[in-house]
Design a protein around this ligand. Structure first.
Ligand code: CMC
Length: 432
């Protein structure tokens, strides 16, 4: 029998609503008919209890610390797959077999170059612009360059836009970096792996050879896998909401990048490393206690960046994997005595034993470690969120494609609880 939930209204009426079940996870009460039946809205700022769509892409169980892409645990994907396998999986629902993988990799790598005129677009930015500001502008500008993939009602246009975005993001991110440091742009090299090519575009110079280190390449590839999708987070919801109006895919991804930039979301790895550097400057491990005291003081507005998550209330499975990668990279580079890493470990230990964090279920999230790894790889702090945006592009695109293919898809239009002035008349200026 179909399940129903009953809502008692203040006027005494009982209204019934269907209860819908997913394959796993909490059931939802389908309240789409609520306003029509009752004249009332629901109120849920921050979407604490609201499912905004149905999806088959990513599943998170925040209490159990589970993250699945298309049903596969993140731990298995991080161990057995590379980022392009994960891209294929997110876009198509299944892991590729060998011929499918070869074709997919070939297609992605054929799209890595950007229109040459886009190079000049960078010159319009100040050299000291934050690279995320450049990313928002350049990715948005792609819609001015690739007119043949803007028709969202055409599946072939959508497919080509997806390939273009996944393939060109490493080039665009690396160009943003090269521009800020005043070095020449490096063209993509399609004989390298996706991640190896990105490292080459970031770090090679015309004057000397650059050889991609396999351990570091694998570490960066893992960062990309762990950040590839995370169900209906703020930036993904931004992409879906932007796309719901029929906006083109490049504009939607630019909107996602803008949202990701915030320190409560993708900007957290930059903020976490900045926090560690500040404490290190102030005296290092000896100052951790003092800093934690500030964090606990409600009037200080200081947060322990890289701690806490809206969904993970037990542990962040990505953080566990990133911690492991952190050790591998620091060992490979002979940096196991890195003072910042030691400081991070000391902070983690103190926070995990402190009642403030324990009672609020605050654990390290992926960004607590990813900043340390990226810094060890030679990536400047201001580029961290750009790399997150490069990884998340495939998730955004997969979710955007899913939304457009969903027969229940409508323009997103939340309602509100209005608490402003009631109707009043404009007075002449002398009487105000
Ligand atoms: N440091 C200190 N206190 C915290 C922290 C923190 N990092 N995070 C949450 N709290 C406290 C918060 O003050 C509140 O305390 P109280 O109940 O006394 O008012 C309680 O814990 C619950 O927090 P909340 O703000 O209601 O939780 P939320 O789900 O709205 O926020 C969050 C989640 C990620 C925005 C928040 O934990 C935070 O700002 N963390 C630091 C930024 C960060 O690391 N973000 C990266 C998230 S992972 C990457 C991604 O997926 O984007």
């Amino acid at each position: 029998m179909d399940k129903k939930a009953t809502l008692k209204l203040p006027d005494g009426r009982d209204l019934e609503f269907p209860v819908l079940g997913g394959s796993i996870g909490p059931e939802v009460i389908d309240i789409r008919s609520l306003y029509g039946k009752s004249g009332m809205f629901t109120y849920d700022p921050g979407f604490m209890s609201t499912a905004s769509c149905n999806s088959t892409i990513t599943y998170i169980d925040g209490d159990a610390g589970v993250l699945l892409y298309r049903g596969y645990p993140i731990e298995q994907l991080a161990k057995h797959c590379d980022f392009l396998d994960v891209c294929y999986l997110l876009l198509n629902g299944e892991l590729p077999n060998k011929p499918q993988r070869d074709e997919f990799v070939g297609t992605v790598m054929r799209h890595t170059m950007v229109h040459d005129q886009l190079n000049r677009f960078y010159m319009g930015f100040r050299r000291d612009a934050h690279p995320m500001a450049v990313m928002v502008g350049v990715v948005g500008a792609l819609s001015a360059f690739y007119h043949d993939s803007l028709d969202i009602s055409d599946p072939e246009h959508r497919r080509v836009a997806a390939f273009r975005l996944i393939a060109k993001m490493p080039t665009i991110v690396a160009m943003a970096y090269k521009y800020t440091v005043g070095q020449p742009f490096v063209y993509p090299r399609n004989n390298l792996s996706y991640t190896g090519n990105f490292m080459n575009m970031m770090f090679s110079l015309p004057v000397e050879d650059y050889k991609v280190n396999n351990v570091l390449e694998r570490a960066l590839d893992r960062i990309l896998i762990l950040h590839a999708d995370h169900e209906q987070n703020a930036s993904t919801s931004t992409v879906r909401l932007s796309g719901s109006s029929g906006a083109n895919p490049f504009a939607c991804i630019a909107a996602g990048i803008a949202c990701l930039w915030g320190p409560a979301h993708g900007g957290a790895n930059e903020a976490a490393l900045g926090m560690l550097q500040d404490i290190q400057k102030a005296g290092g491990v000896a100052k951790v206690g003092e800093f934690i005291k500030q964090v606990k003081d409600k009037n200080s507005n200081v947060k322990l960046m890289g701690f806490g998550h809206r969904v993970y209330k037990n542990y962040d499975p990505r953080a566990k994997l990133m911690r492991e990668t952190c050790h591998e990279v620091l060992n490979e580079l002979g940096l196991h005595d890195d003072p910042l890493f030691k400081l991070a470990m000391a902070m983690e230990k103190i926070a995990l034993e402190d009642d403030y964090f324990v009672s609020r279920k605050l654990y390290p999230n992926v960004d607590f470690y990813s900043g340390i790894v990226q810094r060890a790889l030679g990536i400047p702090v201001s580029m961290f969120t750009c790399i997150f945006s490069l990884a998340r592009t495939v998730g955004w695109i997969a979710q955007w494609q899913e939304m457009i293919g969903d027969p229940e898809y409508k323009i997103g239009r939340p309602r509100q609880l209005y608490r402003g002035a009631v109707k009043r008349d404009v007075k002449p200026i002398g009487q105000r």
